[in-house]
Design a protein around this ligand. Structure first.
Ligand code: MN
Length: 476
């Protein structure tokens, strides 16, 4: 994927200035050190050029977004027709070729060339006037912080495009009677692009039966390089490998990047996929338990934004009121990308679901700043909630709890943070990500046109209630 750089100008200043604008724009592009390449495309000088470049950007599958910058003044009425057509994420990069004002060199020619301070304000007006969803980043192009923010925006744009093409496989339906895992799949497709469809568990079982011993041997060897385990558990581990290969076969066949299943619909399967699901998440697939396709989708998107990051499906389980902490885990399915130590594969009974004891990865989550993310369906609209948390080394060893576990302090603290989460309607399932920032998550919601609610160190229940009340008017 690439990002297109479009410099805005006009014919007023003559060929010499336009040549200089082009040269400077190319230098800026070369000077950007970002996760995805930026390509200088054009110094746009009239409505036809702008409309044409926007049309090309829309239809180029490798173009992930456009970056615009007005080195000189570029009258915005020229931009209206083009921007009306824009379908790709847009970054208005408000920078300037020179960092400071040269005392001797500055004259009227210099002023005519280096006028992004007002050229970009004209450009900003039309974005505001047209009510366009765009990201604005101001800053000198060589500055590290400026480039870091552009890199984050790139991830947002990549995530948005990934979302628009995301397919989610549901093995079985949602867990019976649960509300928050339900949702309007048509609305999700309109807003987020997700194609969420069901596939029969019986077909998965058929696929499992077709898995060969050689395939299982190869996957178990991969497990051996990443995880510790006892040879006595090998049969259960091999069964999980069989499940993993079958699930992935269907995901690949369907072009899907996320899946959900439920322990209430495993007809014909001996174990709930535990290790299988955990290792699939490790490879980058999104997952949501109990049919939670919304959390599965968000997990996949954040993993696509941060390919080698630390992001997992998560569930709030139990509180430590004494230390103001939440113990997060799941029956089995926590991604080893958040592990502090080398995970160990263990086999234990589940207690619910009535299946054989499944093999699963057991580990402690690592310490660090993270965000818990929940996408909920408010009826008529989607709400994305992100709460800042600080993950800590678990305060206890919990030797009799054979699951992966993470402990964190929610912002602003356990009591207020939990109240705010519940006021906002956040689910008990989340995506826990050590990678994404609030700004990036907010940018993602803006591109997708959905509501975003952040709970951070400064959030109070009263202010949040007011924000949500206003949201009822805005997002109706
Ligand atoms: Mn759950």
């Amino acid at each position: 994927m690439k990002f297109w750089f479009i410099a805005g100008s006009q014919f007023l200043y003559g060929d010499e200035t336009l040549a200089q604008v082009e040269q400077d724009a190319k230098k800026i592009v070369e000077g950007l050190n970002l996760p995805w390449p930026v390509e200088y495309k054009i110094t746009a000088k009239n409505a036809t050029e702008i409309t044409n470049i926007v049309k090309q950007a829309n239809h180029d599958d490798e173009c992930a977004g456009i970056i615009t910058f007005c080195h000189t003044f570029s009258p915005s009425k020229m931009w209206i027709n083009g921007l009306c057509l824009l379908q790709k994420p847009w970054l208005h990069f408000h920078t300037q070729f020179n960092k400071s004002i040269p005392n001797e060199e500055i004259d009227m020619d210099y002023m005519n060339l280096h006028q992004s301070a007002h050229g970009d304000r004209e450009h900003g007006f039309i974005g505001a006037r047209m009510r366009m969803q765009r990201k604005i980043i101001a800053g000198y192009w060589k500055d590290e912080e400026t480039q870091r923010r552009i890199a984050d925006w790139q991830r947002t744009a990549i995530g948005a495009l990934f979302s628009k093409n995301l397919k989610i496989v549901r093995f079985g339906d949602n867990m019976r009677e649960v509300a928050v895992t339900e949702g309007d799949k048509v609305e999700a497709q309109i807003k987020l692009g997700w194609q969420v469809n069901t596939f029969a568990v019986g077909d998965l079982v058929e696929e499992m039966n077709a898995v060969t011993d050689a395939q299982i041997d190869a996957l178990v060897e991969e497990y051996r390089t990443l995880y510790d385990f006892d040879e006595k558990d090998i049969e259960e581990i091999r069964y999980q490998a069989r499940e993993e290969i079958a699930i992935e076969t269907i995901l690949v066949r369907e072009g899907a990047s996320a899946f959900s299943n439920t322990f209430q619909d495993l007809h014909g399967m001996r174990q709930l996929p535990g290790l299988a699901t955990q290792h699939l998440m490790y490879k980058g697939y999104g997952y949501g338990g109990e049919g939670d396709w919304k959390t599965a989708g968000m997990t996949a998107i954040i993993k696509a934004m941060y390919p080698n990051g630390s992001t997992s499906f998560m569930e709030d389980y139990t509180y430590d009121f004494e230390n103001g902490l939440i113990l997060g885990s799941h029956m089995l399915e926590v991604c080893p990308s958040v592990a502090q130590n080398k995970p160990k594969i263990e086999v234990h009974p589940l207690g619910i679901g009535g299946k054989e004891p499944p093999a699963r990865l057991v580990f402690e989550g690592k310490a660090g700043d993270a965000i818990c993310i929940s996408l909920i369906d408010m009826g008529g609209r989607m709400r994305l909630i992100g709460q800042n948390v600080i993950c800590v080394k678990p305060t206890q060893t919990m030797p009799n709890l054979p699951v992966a576990r993470v402990m964190w302090k929610p912002m602003p603290n356990l009591i207020t943070g939990s109240e705010c989460w519940i006021i906002a309607g956040g689910a008990h399932h989340t995506v826990l990500s050590y990678d994404i920032s609030v700004e990036t998550l907010r940018d993602f919601a803006r591109i997708m046109g959905i509501e975003f609610v952040n709970i951070d160190a400064n959030t109070t229940p009263a202010a949040l209630e007011k924000e949500l009340m206003l949201g009822e008017v805005i997002w109706k």
